[in-house]
Design a protein around this ligand. Structure first.
Ligand code: RIB
Ligand code: CA
Length: 311
């Protein structure tokens, strides 16, 4: 089977960790590198968490450390959403593995330049690293297959009514990415809020009896309890893992073409991903496929299967 080469760019956090676990369990994927960015937690913590998750799974993927803060805004982390460690209730042994010498941007450039085929970028945090890559090394665009990102929302935000966390954390970077001309698959809140894990789903993951199952269930349990406080959902949205599910099983996701513009000038709408679906729009300006629905059962089955695969 011809593997799909990907580079993940993460701010590990709970759902980033689930996305990493899913990606590393899939034979269809060749995870060339995982780059880290400040977002859910500081760059030191998101990098540490990423290294610990990979080591705990017994996997060996290069990790390259990226941006310490957004392009323009100040970094704003929230110790609540993902817990103090950033991994919810999961407690992982700290690996002595370190990130590679190269920074995230250099690592992505080198992989893209040397890859015999185009590579898919999978950012699941603020888009700072991706924007800097495109600014610093525009020639690598020809080696990028597409960008499958978790971020945005055509119809709602989660920071406020208009903006989703990853985009809101670095709207200027997001604007650069959405204007890059590269094919973008936007796995925003429109689809990720339908990709929720219920208490029973988390129990199914735990009952796989693997270390990965326990880790994912402990992480998701924290997320579930946070969502119970302030969300209408009957579970927790496993946002970032939808990117990997889309790449591996695009048939379980519904997506619509749109022109998406990131608001970097507004006040109330700063960081909004304004998505144009008007049938009479100028479709030559479309720049993204916006995901709007998912077969949730099949998505959860993929997460259970990923946990089981680490027997
Ligand atoms: O809005 C959800 C996104 O913000 C996810 O990527 C989560 O990890 C946080 O970064
Ligand atoms: Ca994330």
């Amino acid at each position: 089977m011809k593997k799909i080469p990907i580079i993940m760019d993460v701010d590990t956090g709970i759902d980033d960790a689930i996305a990493i676990t899913l990606a590393l369990s899939r034979p269809e994927l060749d995870v060339k590198c995982i780059t880290t960015v400040a977002g859910n937690r500081t760059i030191e913590t998101t990098t540490r968490n990423t290294l610990d998750v990979i080591a705990y799974l017994g996997e060996d993927v290069p990790v390259a450390k990226g941006a310490v803060k957004p392009l323009v805004k100040e970094a704003k982390i929230s110790p609540v959403t993902h817990g103090e460690s950033g991994l919810g209730n999961a407690v992982l042994p700290h690996t002595d593995k370190k990130p590679i010498e190269a920074d995230a941007i250099t690592a992505m450039r080198e992989i893209l330049e040397n890859s015999p085929e185009k590579v898919t970028l999978v950012p699941t945090g603020p888009l700072t690293n991706i924007a800097v890559l495109l600014f610093a090394y525009p020639h690598v665009k020809e080696k990028i297959e597409k960008i499958v990102l978790m971020g945005g929302g055509a119809f709602e935000g989660n920071v406020n009514a208009a903006a989703e966390y990853n985009i809101y954390s670095d709207p200027e970077a997001a604007s650069v990415v959405f204007k890059s001309g590269l094919p973008i698959i936007m796995c925003g809140l429109d689809v990720t809020m339908k990709a929720y894990a219920t208490a029973d789903d988390i129990e199914r993951i735990r009952k796989t009896g693997t270390n990965a199952g326990k880790f994912c269930a402990d992480a998701l349990e924290y997320y579930y309890n946070r969502y119970k406080i302030n969300s209408r959902l009957p579970g927790c949205a496993v946002n970032d893992a939808v990117t990997i599910a889309y790449i591996v099983n695009p048939e379980i996701v519904t997506a619509k073409p749109s022109r998406v513009l990131v608001d970097i000038d507004g006040v109330k709408s700063y960081g909004c991903t304004a998505s144009d679906f008007r049938p009479d729009r100028d479709r030559s300006l479309d720049n993204a496929l916006v995901c709007t629905d998912i077969d949730r059962e099949k998505f959860i089955d993929m997460l259970v299967c990923a946990a089981e695969s680490y027997k």
